[in-house]
Ligand binder design. Structure first.
Ligand SMILES: C[S@@+](CC[C@H](N)C(=O)[O-])C[C@H]1O[C@@H](n2cnc3c(N)ncnc32)[C@H](O)[C@@H]1O
Length: 289
C-alpha cells in the first residue's frame, strides 16, 4: 500500500475502505479512467491494468515514474528550493515547458519534477489553470513541504510496471476492459445533499451529458461482464434507477481540499455498482473473523 504522491482535489483517501468494500473479491485487471491523485489505485497496488486522466501533466508524471530510473526523478527533485521567488520561477518554467511539442526525455523529467514541487508547495495543493492553460495557483505557506518523495517514487515505479497509462477521455476503457476486469470511476463532481435532483445538478467541467455518457458506458461494460464501481454525487444516482443491475450506497466523506479550510464537514456521496453483494470483498470470511 503506497500513499498518493500528489495532493489532488476529490482525493479519496477518507473513503478507501468504503470504496474497496464494493470491489469484487476476485478480478483480473484493474482500470481507473479518472485516476487524479490515484488514492484508490495506490492503495490497491494492482498488478495489471490501466490508468487514465485528461490532465496531460499528471499523465507525464506517472509515465516518468514508470519509465525512468526512479533515482533520476529523485535527484531532480532534490534541486528545488523552499523559497517564494524560486516558486514563481519554477511555475513559469513549468508553463513554458507545457508549450514545447515533442519534449525530450529530460524535458519530461523536468516537467514531472516541477509538477511534484509545485503541487507540494502551492496554495492548498490546488491544481488550477487559467484560460490559456497556464497553471496559476499562488505559493502556499508550509513549514516543511516534502517534494522529494523518494520512497513513494521508488514504490510507485514498481507498482506501475504493468499498468498502461492513457491521456484521453474516460471512454477509452470501453476498448480496454475485458470480462472479469474491474473498473473504478471517480469522475469530477461536487458532493451535495441527497435530496437534490439530477436536473438541478451542475458540476464545473463535467456536465450532465458527461454523466449520461458515463452511465451508458457502465451499462455496456456490465453487459460485457466487467465489474463497475462509480463514486458520484447523490443526484446522479437517478440516472441508474431504471437499471436493476446497479445498486446505490450512500457514504459520508470528509473533504480534504476545501475553499474554506475550517469547513471540513461530512458530505454525502454515493457508490454505484453492479457487483453482487455475495461477490464483494467485504463478504469474504477473513473480514468476519
Ligand atoms: C475527482 S478527480 C479523481 C480523484 C482521484 N480519485 C484521487 O483519489 O485523487 C477527477 C479526475 O478526472 C479528470 N477528468 C476530468 N474530465 C475527464 C474526462 N472526460 N476523461 C478522463 N478524465 C477526466 C480530472 O483531471 C481529475 O483528475
Amino acid at each position: 500500500m503506497v500513499e498518493p504522491i500528489l495532493k489532488w482535489a476529490g482525493g479519496k483517501r477518507q473513503l478507501l475502505s468504503e470504496i474497496t468494500a464494493q470491489f469484487p473479491a476476485d478480478f483480473e485487471r484493474y482500470h481507473e479512467p479518472f485516476v487524479g491523485g490515484g488514492a484508490v489505485y495506490f492503495h490497491l497496488e494492482p498488478e495489471r491494468g490501466s490508468i487514465n486522466d485528461l490532465n496531460d501533466r499528471l499523465v507525464t508524471l506517472y509515465e516518468v515514474i514508470r519509465d525512468r530510473d526512479p533515482e533520476d526523478l529523485i535527484a531532480e527533485n532534490e534541486t528545488h528550493e523552499h523559497d517564494e521567488d524560486y516558486y514563481y520561477d519554477a511555475r513559469d518554467e513549468f508553463n513554458d515547458l507545457h508549450e514545447v511539442d515533442d519534449k525530450t526525455d529530460d524535458q519530461r523529467l523536468r516537467e514531472a519534477s516541477l509538477f511534484l514541487y509545485l503541487n507540494r508547495t502551492c496554495f492548498n495543493g490546488l491544481y488550477r489553470e487559467n484560460n490559456s492553460g497556464e497553471f496559476n495557483v499562488p505559493v502556499g505557506r508550509y513549514a516543511n513541504p516534502d517534494w522529494v518523495q523518494a520512497e513513494r517514487i521508488r514504490t510507485l515505479h514498481e507498482v506501475l510496471r504493468d499498468t498502461t497509462i492513457h491521456n484521453e477521455d474516460f471512454e477509452y476503457v470501453r476498448g480496454e476492459a475485458d470480462a472479469g476486469d474491474l473498473v473504478y470511476f471517480d469522475p469530477p463532481y461536487e458532493p451535495v445533499s441527497t435530496t437534490a435532483n439530477f436536473t438541478d445538478y451542475h458540476a464545473e467541467g463535467f456536465d450532465k451529458d458527461d454523466q449520461k455518457r458515463l452511465r451508458d458506458l457502465a451499462v455496456d461494460l456490465d453487459a460485457n461482464g466487467v465489474s463497475v464501481v462509480i463514486s458520484n454525487s447523490p443526484p446522479v444516482a437517478e440516472l441508474y434507477e431504471e437499471y436493476d443491475q446497479f445498486t446505490v450506497t450512500v457514504v459520508g466523506a470528509t473533504r480534504s481540499i476545501n475553499s474554506d479550510g475550517d469547513n471540513r464537514g461530512e458530505v454525502a456521496e454515493v457508490l454505484i455498482t453492479n457487483v453482487p453483494d455475495a461477490e464483494k470483498r467485504r463478504t469474504t470470511l477473513s473480514e468476519y473473523n
